[in-house]
Design a protein. Sequence first.
Length: 272
Amino acid sequence: MSRIPHRFADLKAQGRKALIPYVTAGDANPEQTVPLMHAMVAAGADLIELGVPFSDPMADGPVIQQACERALEHHVSLRNVLEMVAEFREQDQDTPVVLMGYLNPVEIMGYDAFAREAAAVGVDGVLTVDLPPEEGHELVQALKAQELDPIFLLSPTSTDARIDAICSAASGFVYYVSLKGVTGAASLDVEGVAAKVAEIRHHAKTPVGVGFGIKDAETAARVASVADAVVVGSAIVNRIAENVTQPEVAREQIAALLGAMREAMDSAAQAA
């Protein structure tokens, strides 16, 4: 069974919100990914989103596009990403891992084969950016047959009917994209996020995570006050990009960022 519902239930019992960092698998090199995953957990991450490198990541801005390019320079494939999860599980059997990426690599492997192999190595959920639920029945069925959570995106322009359809198809959590645009976009209207999350909660049977535009501890704490999870991606990937030849420095900087976010989120929850 997926670890995701258990992790959210544990956090809710503690009065805490989930911190979910994103990294692209294989960025800046394949040997960096698993040590970085462990470092993020030690710094306070509750779940990990592991990006599957793709040649045309159309939902992502330049920061994550370039992360995919760096990973693809090392020929990192979906199968390599699954091997990284298996290696991570040798030391960590508890932290949920969500694969985030695009449909093409999954289609090439085959839905059933992908779901079986993902479950076997310890993946918990799958977010396929370019697969809407109306077209995702086969993959969703393959994932659920292996007790993996299909996770879907919602946006500021999602209608009430659309929110209902996506929340009906999703499990684990739903991911609200807080900005119109690509990953790494600039400003975040937390009041607007709060209003949309409240609307989503009328339909969602799962926790609601919020991502895009979360760059520092203050913003993470503000978003955590209105959502069940905070997803941070570009701010982490930027640290990798700035230290391509110094993975230890990148890990230290990312751990410091997540540690500050974790502390700010927990402090805000205690003060509420």
